[in-house]
Design a binder for this molecule. Structure first.
Ligand SMILES: [Zn+2]
Length: 151
């Protein structure tokens, strides 16, 4: 029966995994592996695994990089999850603002008709008032839209 382990097994395995086998190892280790069943098996298996890994072109990424990517992804997902309710509330607020604007305009339209006629008849005198009214009517929805569009 063969012995279960050998004192040079770790050294032979390290040499095979670091692609130092068989050129860049001591002659003593090479001689031992040639005569030792355990070490020759270790070198053969490690060499086969190394060759298969290179043949498949599988590049195992660095564990630190994997951890860093996982952290970035978790942070991005948390930010997206936190941003979702805010977007919904902004949409509801925008709908309320539009509804309020329409309701105000509808209510004021009865007052608007004679006011528009009065402004038109006194256009020269009330150009400033007309400009201010136009600015409020045009700029307010634009300001609300821009505030909602900015995330
Ligand atoms: Zn051995």
């Amino acid at each position: 029966m063969k012995p279960a382990d050998c004192e040079f097994e770790a050294e032979a395995l390290a040499a095979a995994l670091q692609s130092r086998w068989p050129e860049r190892v001591d002659a003593a280790l090479r001689a031992h592996v040639a005569g030792c069943a355990i070490c020759s098996d270790v070198v053969a298996v490690a060499g086969a695994i190394d060759a298969a890994r290179e043949g498949m072109g599988v590049a195992v990424p660095d564990s630190g990089q994997v951890w860093w990517r996982a952290q970035l992804r978790a942070r991005r997902e948390a930010a997206e999850a936190a941003g979702r309710p805010i977007t919904a509330i902004q949409a509801i607020a925008f709908a309320c603002a539009v509804g309020l604007l329409v309701a105000c305009f509808d209510t004021a339209s009865q007052w608007f008709q004679p006011a528009l006629g009065w402004i038109a008849s006194n256009a020269a005198e009330h150009a400033a008032l007309l400009l201010a009214t136009a600015a409020v009517v045009l700029l307010l929805p634009a300001a609300v839209y821009l505030a909602m569009g900015r995330d």
